[in-house]
Design a binder for this molecule. Structure first.
Ligand SMILES: [Zn+2]
Length: 354
Protein backbone atom coordinates (compact mmCIF):
# COMPACT_ATOMS: atom_id res chain seq x y z
CA UNK A 1 0.00 0.00 0.00
CA UNK A 2 1.05 3.59 -0.36
CA UNK A 3 0.42 6.74 1.64
CA UNK A 4 -3.04 8.26 1.35
CA UNK A 5 -3.19 11.37 -0.85
CA UNK A 6 -2.07 14.65 0.66
CA UNK A 7 -5.09 16.90 0.96
CA UNK A 8 -5.38 20.71 1.05
CA UNK A 9 -2.76 23.17 2.33
CA UNK A 10 -2.43 24.74 -1.10
CA UNK A 11 -0.73 27.94 0.04
CA UNK A 12 2.04 26.29 2.09
CA UNK A 13 2.63 23.92 -0.85
CA UNK A 14 2.94 26.85 -3.27
CA UNK A 15 5.30 28.66 -0.93
CA UNK A 16 7.48 25.57 -0.50
CA UNK A 17 7.60 24.89 -4.25
CA UNK A 18 8.54 28.49 -4.94
CA UNK A 19 11.25 28.43 -2.27
CA UNK A 20 12.62 25.22 -3.79
CA UNK A 21 12.76 26.75 -7.27
CA UNK A 22 14.54 29.79 -5.87
CA UNK A 23 16.89 27.63 -3.83
CA UNK A 24 15.72 29.36 -0.66
CA UNK A 25 14.03 26.49 1.15
CA UNK A 26 15.35 26.48 4.74
CA UNK A 27 17.13 23.26 5.68
CA UNK A 28 15.52 23.04 9.10
CA UNK A 29 11.77 23.57 9.22
CA UNK A 30 9.38 23.30 12.14
CA UNK A 31 5.92 22.55 10.79
CA UNK A 32 3.25 23.59 13.27
CA UNK A 33 -0.53 23.34 13.27
CA UNK A 34 -3.35 21.52 15.04
CA UNK A 35 -3.02 17.84 15.91
CA UNK A 36 -3.94 15.70 12.91
CA UNK A 37 -3.98 18.52 10.40
CA UNK A 38 -1.36 16.87 8.16
CA UNK A 39 2.03 18.10 9.38
CA UNK A 40 3.92 14.83 8.92
CA UNK A 41 2.05 14.22 5.67
CA UNK A 42 3.26 17.64 4.52
CA UNK A 43 6.83 16.65 5.43
CA UNK A 44 6.46 13.46 3.40
CA UNK A 45 5.08 15.47 0.47
CA UNK A 46 8.15 17.70 0.67
CA UNK A 47 10.37 14.61 0.76
CA UNK A 48 8.52 13.29 -2.28
CA UNK A 49 9.10 16.57 -4.12
CA UNK A 50 12.85 16.36 -3.40
CA UNK A 51 13.08 12.75 -4.59
CA UNK A 52 10.85 13.27 -7.65
CA UNK A 53 12.50 13.42 -11.07
CA UNK A 54 9.83 15.71 -12.54
CA UNK A 55 11.47 19.14 -13.05
CA UNK A 56 9.02 21.35 -11.13
CA UNK A 57 5.59 21.73 -9.63
CA UNK A 58 3.78 19.05 -7.63
CA UNK A 59 5.63 15.72 -7.34
CA UNK A 60 4.56 13.49 -10.23
CA UNK A 61 3.52 10.52 -8.12
CA UNK A 62 4.72 7.93 -10.61
CA UNK A 63 8.53 8.16 -10.93
CA UNK A 64 10.75 5.82 -8.95
CA UNK A 65 11.50 8.47 -6.33
CA UNK A 66 7.83 9.28 -5.75
CA UNK A 67 6.80 5.64 -5.63
CA UNK A 68 9.41 4.81 -3.01
CA UNK A 69 8.57 7.81 -0.82
CA UNK A 70 4.86 6.99 -1.03
CA UNK A 71 5.64 3.36 -0.23
CA UNK A 72 7.77 4.41 2.79
CA UNK A 73 10.79 2.56 1.41
CA UNK A 74 13.02 5.39 0.16
CA UNK A 75 16.51 4.87 1.65
CA UNK A 76 17.11 8.62 1.92
CA UNK A 77 13.89 9.52 3.72
CA UNK A 78 14.28 8.92 7.44
CA UNK A 79 11.03 9.25 9.33
CA UNK A 80 11.45 9.37 13.10
CA UNK A 81 8.38 8.92 15.26
CA UNK A 82 8.25 8.69 19.07
CA UNK A 83 9.05 5.15 20.25
CA UNK A 84 9.26 3.27 23.52
CA UNK A 85 12.47 3.63 25.48
CA UNK A 86 14.97 0.97 24.35
CA UNK A 87 15.72 -1.59 27.05
CA UNK A 88 19.39 -2.18 26.24
CA UNK A 89 21.98 -0.52 28.46
CA UNK A 90 24.76 0.14 25.99
CA UNK A 91 24.45 3.18 23.69
CA UNK A 92 25.27 1.17 20.55
CA UNK A 93 22.73 -1.53 21.43
CA UNK A 94 20.13 1.10 22.33
CA UNK A 95 20.56 2.65 18.93
CA UNK A 96 20.10 -0.71 17.20
CA UNK A 97 16.98 -1.29 19.24
CA UNK A 98 15.64 2.16 18.34
CA UNK A 99 16.27 1.39 14.65
CA UNK A 100 14.34 -1.86 15.01
CA UNK A 101 11.43 -0.17 16.79
CA UNK A 102 11.24 2.49 14.10
CA UNK A 103 11.46 -0.18 11.42
CA UNK A 104 8.50 -1.96 12.99
CA UNK A 105 6.41 1.23 13.01
CA UNK A 106 7.24 1.84 9.36
CA UNK A 107 6.40 -1.76 8.44
CA UNK A 108 3.01 -1.28 10.06
CA UNK A 109 2.42 2.00 8.27
CA UNK A 110 3.19 0.35 4.95
CA UNK A 111 0.23 -1.95 5.49
CA UNK A 112 -1.95 0.62 7.29
CA UNK A 113 -1.00 4.00 5.94
CA UNK A 114 -3.46 5.99 8.10
CA UNK A 115 -1.66 6.34 11.39
CA UNK A 116 -2.97 7.59 14.73
CA UNK A 117 -1.22 9.45 17.55
CA UNK A 118 1.56 7.40 19.13
CA UNK A 119 1.28 6.02 22.63
CA UNK A 120 1.65 8.79 25.22
CA UNK A 121 4.76 7.22 26.70
CA UNK A 122 6.65 7.12 23.42
CA UNK A 123 9.37 9.69 22.88
CA UNK A 124 12.46 10.63 20.90
CA UNK A 125 15.07 9.62 23.42
CA UNK A 126 18.82 9.64 23.37
CA UNK A 127 18.96 6.51 21.19
CA UNK A 128 16.85 8.19 18.50
CA UNK A 129 18.99 11.34 18.69
CA UNK A 130 22.09 9.22 18.17
CA UNK A 131 20.43 7.38 15.29
CA UNK A 132 19.65 10.70 13.56
CA UNK A 133 23.31 11.70 13.86
CA UNK A 134 24.54 8.32 12.67
CA UNK A 135 22.33 8.39 9.59
CA UNK A 136 23.09 12.04 8.88
CA UNK A 137 26.80 11.27 8.92
CA UNK A 138 26.43 8.79 6.05
CA UNK A 139 26.19 9.87 2.43
CA UNK A 140 22.90 9.74 0.57
CA UNK A 141 22.16 6.24 -0.69
CA UNK A 142 21.11 7.64 -4.05
CA UNK A 143 23.39 10.64 -4.23
CA UNK A 144 20.60 13.20 -3.99
CA UNK A 145 18.75 14.83 -1.13
CA UNK A 146 18.28 13.30 2.27
CA UNK A 147 15.23 14.11 4.37
CA UNK A 148 14.89 13.62 8.12
CA UNK A 149 11.36 13.92 9.43
CA UNK A 150 10.96 14.17 13.19
CA UNK A 151 7.29 13.88 14.05
CA UNK A 152 5.94 15.07 17.42
CA UNK A 153 9.10 17.09 18.07
CA UNK A 154 7.62 18.04 21.46
CA UNK A 155 8.71 14.58 22.49
CA UNK A 156 12.39 15.19 21.87
CA UNK A 157 13.47 14.83 25.46
CA UNK A 158 16.26 16.90 27.01
CA UNK A 159 19.37 14.73 26.99
CA UNK A 160 20.75 15.84 30.33
CA UNK A 161 22.41 12.50 30.95
CA UNK A 162 24.21 12.63 27.59
CA UNK A 163 24.99 16.26 26.83
CA UNK A 164 27.41 15.28 24.06
CA UNK A 165 24.63 13.55 22.08
CA UNK A 166 22.27 16.48 22.64
CA UNK A 167 24.91 18.96 21.51
CA UNK A 168 25.73 16.90 18.43
CA UNK A 169 22.06 16.99 17.42
CA UNK A 170 21.93 20.76 17.95
CA UNK A 171 25.08 21.20 15.89
CA UNK A 172 23.52 19.13 13.12
CA UNK A 173 20.48 21.41 13.12
CA UNK A 174 22.67 24.49 13.23
CA UNK A 175 24.84 23.47 10.31
CA UNK A 176 22.99 20.81 8.35
CA UNK A 177 25.10 18.92 5.81
CA UNK A 178 24.51 19.99 2.19
CA UNK A 179 21.35 18.69 0.50
CA UNK A 180 19.93 17.55 3.80
CA UNK A 181 16.52 18.67 4.98
CA UNK A 182 15.19 18.37 8.51
CA UNK A 183 11.45 18.69 8.95
CA UNK A 184 10.26 18.70 12.54
CA UNK A 185 6.56 18.75 13.31
CA UNK A 186 4.78 19.89 16.46
CA UNK A 187 1.18 20.61 17.38
CA UNK A 188 2.45 22.55 20.38
CA UNK A 189 5.62 24.35 19.32
CA UNK A 190 5.80 25.99 22.76
CA UNK A 191 6.67 22.57 24.19
CA UNK A 192 9.55 21.97 21.79
CA UNK A 193 12.92 22.45 23.50
CA UNK A 194 13.89 26.10 22.95
CA UNK A 195 17.37 25.07 21.78
CA UNK A 196 15.75 23.04 18.99
CA UNK A 197 13.00 25.56 18.20
CA UNK A 198 15.43 28.43 17.79
CA UNK A 199 17.29 26.52 15.07
CA UNK A 200 14.23 25.91 12.87
CA UNK A 201 12.20 28.10 10.55
CA UNK A 202 8.53 27.81 11.48
CA UNK A 203 5.89 26.95 8.90
CA UNK A 204 2.28 26.86 9.98
CA UNK A 205 -0.44 24.66 8.50
CA UNK A 206 -4.01 25.88 8.96
CA UNK A 207 -7.08 23.72 9.41
CA UNK A 208 -8.66 22.06 6.39
CA UNK A 209 -12.19 22.84 5.29
CA UNK A 210 -14.99 20.46 6.22
CA UNK A 211 -15.35 19.66 2.52
CA UNK A 212 -11.72 18.59 2.30
CA UNK A 213 -12.04 16.40 5.37
CA UNK A 214 -15.29 14.86 4.08
CA UNK A 215 -13.77 14.14 0.67
CA UNK A 216 -10.77 12.47 2.23
CA UNK A 217 -12.86 10.31 4.54
CA UNK A 218 -15.27 9.36 1.75
CA UNK A 219 -12.35 8.05 -0.28
CA UNK A 220 -10.23 6.51 2.50
CA UNK A 221 -12.48 5.66 5.43
CA UNK A 222 -16.08 5.76 4.15
CA UNK A 223 -17.45 4.51 7.49
CA UNK A 224 -16.24 7.77 9.08
CA UNK A 225 -17.56 10.05 6.33
CA UNK A 226 -20.39 11.47 8.43
CA UNK A 227 -21.20 15.12 9.06
CA UNK A 228 -20.93 14.66 12.81
CA UNK A 229 -17.43 13.16 12.60
CA UNK A 230 -16.28 15.84 10.14
CA UNK A 231 -17.58 18.70 12.30
CA UNK A 232 -16.00 17.27 15.44
CA UNK A 233 -12.66 16.93 13.62
CA UNK A 234 -12.49 20.71 13.10
CA UNK A 235 -10.41 20.58 9.96
CA UNK A 236 -7.99 17.89 11.12
CA UNK A 237 -8.18 14.55 9.34
CA UNK A 238 -6.14 12.95 12.12
CA UNK A 239 -8.80 13.91 14.67
CA UNK A 240 -11.45 12.15 12.57
CA UNK A 241 -9.21 9.08 12.29
CA UNK A 242 -8.59 9.06 16.06
CA UNK A 243 -12.35 9.25 16.62
CA UNK A 244 -12.66 6.13 14.51
CA UNK A 245 -9.81 4.41 16.28
CA UNK A 246 -11.26 1.65 18.43
CA UNK A 247 -8.32 1.56 20.81
CA UNK A 248 -8.72 5.29 21.57
CA UNK A 249 -12.44 4.85 22.25
CA UNK A 250 -11.64 1.81 24.38
CA UNK A 251 -9.07 3.78 26.40
CA UNK A 252 -11.59 6.53 27.10
CA UNK A 253 -14.25 4.02 28.17
CA UNK A 254 -11.75 2.31 30.49
CA UNK A 255 -10.77 5.70 31.98
CA UNK A 256 -14.41 6.59 32.60
CA UNK A 257 -15.10 3.25 34.26
CA UNK A 258 -12.05 3.71 36.43
CA UNK A 259 -13.14 7.20 37.55
CA UNK A 260 -16.62 5.93 38.29
CA UNK A 261 -15.05 3.22 40.43
CA UNK A 262 -13.00 5.84 42.28
CA UNK A 263 -16.16 7.86 42.92
CA UNK A 264 -17.71 4.76 44.52
CA UNK A 265 -15.10 4.89 47.26
CA UNK A 266 -11.50 3.94 47.71
CA UNK A 267 -11.96 0.37 48.86
CA UNK A 268 -14.40 -0.54 46.13
CA UNK A 269 -12.24 1.04 43.46
CA UNK A 270 -9.10 -0.75 44.60
CA UNK A 271 -10.91 -4.04 44.41
CA UNK A 272 -12.33 -3.22 41.03
CA UNK A 273 -9.00 -2.05 39.69
CA UNK A 274 -7.50 -5.35 40.76
CA UNK A 275 -10.31 -7.25 39.10
CA UNK A 276 -9.99 -5.45 35.76
CA UNK A 277 -9.16 -7.62 32.81
CA UNK A 278 -5.40 -7.89 32.40
CA UNK A 279 -4.01 -5.39 29.93
CA UNK A 280 -3.14 -7.03 26.67
CA UNK A 281 -0.37 -4.64 25.87
CA UNK A 282 1.49 -1.94 27.72
CA UNK A 283 0.44 0.45 24.94
CA UNK A 284 -3.23 -0.09 25.84
CA UNK A 285 -2.45 0.58 29.47
CA UNK A 286 -0.63 3.84 28.84
CA UNK A 287 -3.38 4.88 26.40
CA UNK A 288 -5.83 4.40 29.25
CA UNK A 289 -3.66 6.54 31.56
CA UNK A 290 -3.52 9.21 28.84
CA UNK A 291 -7.30 9.12 28.55
CA UNK A 292 -7.52 9.36 32.34
CA UNK A 293 -5.34 12.49 32.46
CA UNK A 294 -7.32 13.95 29.56
CA UNK A 295 -10.66 13.29 31.26
CA UNK A 296 -9.54 14.73 34.60
CA UNK A 297 -8.13 17.83 32.92
CA UNK A 298 -11.42 18.34 31.05
CA UNK A 299 -13.35 17.92 34.31
CA UNK A 300 -11.10 20.45 36.05
CA UNK A 301 -11.75 22.87 33.21
CA UNK A 302 -15.51 22.37 33.52
CA UNK A 303 -15.41 22.74 37.28
CA UNK A 304 -13.37 25.95 36.94
CA UNK A 305 -15.74 27.54 34.47
CA UNK A 306 -18.58 26.62 36.79
CA UNK A 307 -20.69 25.01 34.12
CA UNK A 308 -20.88 21.76 36.07
CA UNK A 309 -21.14 22.41 39.80
CA UNK A 310 -21.54 18.84 40.92
CA UNK A 311 -18.38 17.61 39.29
CA UNK A 312 -16.13 18.43 42.23
CA UNK A 313 -13.12 20.40 43.22
CA UNK A 314 -10.98 21.68 40.32
CA UNK A 315 -7.82 21.72 42.46
CA UNK A 316 -8.33 18.05 43.32
CA UNK A 317 -8.81 17.26 39.62
CA UNK A 318 -5.63 19.06 38.67
CA UNK A 319 -3.71 17.33 41.45
CA UNK A 320 -5.23 14.12 40.04
CA UNK A 321 -3.81 14.91 36.59
CA UNK A 322 -0.37 15.31 38.19
CA UNK A 323 -0.78 12.00 39.96
CA UNK A 324 -1.82 10.24 36.74
CA UNK A 325 1.23 11.67 34.95
CA UNK A 326 3.42 10.25 37.71
CA UNK A 327 1.76 6.90 37.25
CA UNK A 328 2.54 7.11 33.53
CA UNK A 329 6.20 7.58 34.40
CA UNK A 330 6.05 4.55 36.69
CA UNK A 331 4.26 2.54 34.02
CA UNK A 332 7.38 2.79 31.91
CA UNK A 333 9.21 0.69 34.47
CA UNK A 334 8.53 -2.92 35.16
CA UNK A 335 5.44 -2.48 37.35
CA UNK A 336 2.24 -4.45 37.47
CA UNK A 337 -0.51 -2.35 35.85
CA UNK A 338 -3.22 -3.67 38.19
CA UNK A 339 -1.21 -2.78 41.24
CA UNK A 340 -0.37 0.64 39.86
CA UNK A 341 -4.07 1.29 39.18
CA UNK A 342 -5.04 0.18 42.68
CA UNK A 343 -2.62 2.67 44.25
CA UNK A 344 -3.71 5.36 41.82
CA UNK A 345 -7.36 4.75 42.69
CA UNK A 346 -6.60 5.22 46.38
CA UNK A 347 -4.66 8.41 45.74
CA UNK A 348 -7.36 9.91 43.52
CA UNK A 349 -10.05 9.07 46.08
CA UNK A 350 -8.01 10.77 48.81
CA UNK A 351 -7.52 13.86 46.67
CA UNK A 352 -11.27 14.09 46.08
CA UNK A 353 -11.98 13.64 49.78
CA UNK A 354 -9.43 16.25 50.90
ZN1 LIG B 1 7.90 11.83 -9.17
Amino acid sequence: MTLAPFVGHTDPRHDALRALTQGSLPQVILVTGAQGVGKQRFALWLAQRLMCTAPAGEPCGSCGGCVRVLGLVHPDVHWFVPIARPKAGEPEKQMEEAAELLGAVMAERRTQPLWSTPDGMASHGIASARLVQRRASLTAAEGGWRVFIIGHAERLVPQESSPEAANALLKLLEEPPPRTLFVLTAAEPGLVLPTIRSRAVPLRLGRLTNTEVMEFLSAQRPELARTKVVEAARGAIGAALNAGDDSHAKAIRAAEEFLAAVADGAVASTERALKQAPWQARGDFTAMLDALAETLAAQAQEALTGSVRSIGNPAAKLAGVERVLEAREQAQGNVNPQLLLAVLADDLAQLEAA
